[in-house]
Design a protein around this ligand. Structure first.
Ligand SMILES: *Cc1c(COP(=O)(O)O)cnc(C)c1O
Length: 390
């Protein structure tokens, strides 16, 4: 298999520091490499495969739809896309959905919509978007600019005009940054890539109130937190608020590429024919996979995630009590992080050797984002292994 890794390095752009295994097959929470080694997957394609690998509902839906119709373009109506949008509208704050193919694209749509909303309302000069330090919104020019991390900006000057950054979880900083050029505040309810950083309970409600008072839009990037990951369908539900615009992607179609931007009717009205488009957005094929995800979410997956997430967090807190190198344990549902007092990469490597895929965010935060279908037993095994390693 060395040769396959070498072949890959020769022809694939070097944008990823890859783990040296070749994965060939998966089932549920387990993946196998080309040498037959087995790994329990606590990464799930970075919070994507919420139903695990080779889920029969997804496989069946994709198979059936592929035999009927894969793609026709958004010049025409299709049933799976309509049904999926109806489901999303029924289960969220939103009235309208725009389908894209990734998180970054969903965020691009949100940024464009926020700007156009004010232009269409006849309010000129409101274009600035306030985002958070430590945030992550994607890698396109607009979304990397929105991302409040200099390591993501490096080398891509000039960045897009019209973004300002404030510290996460600091309501006064947002208040001070809003002026009459501001059109929106954009943030993740929980910062995933930034190291599973949590807001205090009153932060999002205060932010909602502030946005209302100042007449600016609240955009929530739920690309990672959405679709059940935090033990609620959407992260905003924990804080009893509603955004004006929300983006989702990662787990939406369990690994088929799909993103979506959702908005309230009055805001969404700024998008008219010609404003925005996507060739692949919401094809019948990916929509059919997302509908299978929706089915599973309705059949108790979210309450399972909450229960298992609480169990997992409890076990991590016990691990923290036993190991001084763990400084903090945080997260909701199955978006969990353990901050350690050193570089996390060697621990990720050790876990790999022992048959576990885990991930490290922000250098020193071990991140646990397994499929939501995971049970207690593999969690116990990971905790035991981490105990040994630490
Ligand atoms: C992963 C992620 C993105 C980017 O999604 P892509 O599909 O990689 O473009 C945007 N925002 C958040 C919060 C993410 O976690």
């Amino acid at each position: 298999m060395k040769s396959l890794m070498e072949r890959s390095e020769r022809v694939i752009a070097h944008t990823y520091a890859r783990t040296p295994i070749v994965l060939v097959r998966g089932k549920g929470c387990i993946v196998w490499d080309a040498e037959g080694n087995e790994y329990i997957d606590f990464v799930a394609g970075i919070a994507v495969c919420n139903l695990g690998h080779a889920h029969p509902g997804i496989t069946q839906a994709v198979h059936t739809q592929a035999e009927k119709l894969v793609h026709v373009s958004n010049l025409y109506y299709t049933e799976p896309q309509t049904e999926l949008a109806e489901w999303l509208v029924k289960h969220s704050f939103a009235d309208k959905v725009f389908f894209a193919n990734s998180g970054a694209e969903a965020n691009e749509a949100a940024i464009k919509l926020a700007r156009k909303f004010f232009k269409d309302s006849g309010v000129s000069g409101r274009f600035k978007i306030i985002t958070m330090k430590g945030s992550f919104h994607g890698r396109t020019m607009a979304t990397l600019t929105a991302t409040g991390q200099s390591k993501i900006h490096g080398g891509f000057d000039p960045l897009l005009a019209g973004f300002t950054y404030v510290p996460f979880n600091d309501i006064d900083a947002v208040g001070n940054a809003i002026d009459d050029t501001t059109c929106a505040v954009m943030l993740e309810p929980i910062q995933g890539e930034g190291g599973v950083r949590m807001p205090s309970d009153d932060y999002l409600p205060a932010l909602r109130k502030l946005c209302d008072e100042k007449g600016v839009l609240l955009i929530l990037d739920e690309v990672q937190t959405g679709m059940g990951r935090t033990g609620a369908l959407f992260g905003y539900e924990h804080y009893k608020i509603e955004p004006d615009i929300m983006t989702i992607a990662k787990a939406l179609a369990n690994g088929l590429p799909m993103g979506a931007m959702l908005a309230k009717e009055n805001v969404a009205a700024a998008f008219t024919p010609g404003s925005h488009a996507s060739t692949f957005g919401g094809t019948p094929l990916v929509s059919s996979a997302a509908l299978a995800v929706a089915n599973a979410l309705e059949e108790g997956l979210i309450s399972h995630c909450k229960e298992i997430g609480d169990y997992f967090k409890g076990a991590l807190l016990q691990l923290k009590a036993d190991h001084e190198c763990i400084k903090d344990v945080r997260g909701k549902g199955l978006l969990l992080g353990a901050e350690i007092d050193r570089d996390g990469a060697p621990i990720v490597q050790e876990c790999l050797k022992k048959g576990f895929l885990i991930n490290c965010a922000h250098g020193n935060v071990l991140r646990f984002i397994p499929p939501l279908i995971i049970e207690k037993e593999p969690i116990d095994r990971l905790i035991e292994t981490l105990d040994g390693i630490l």
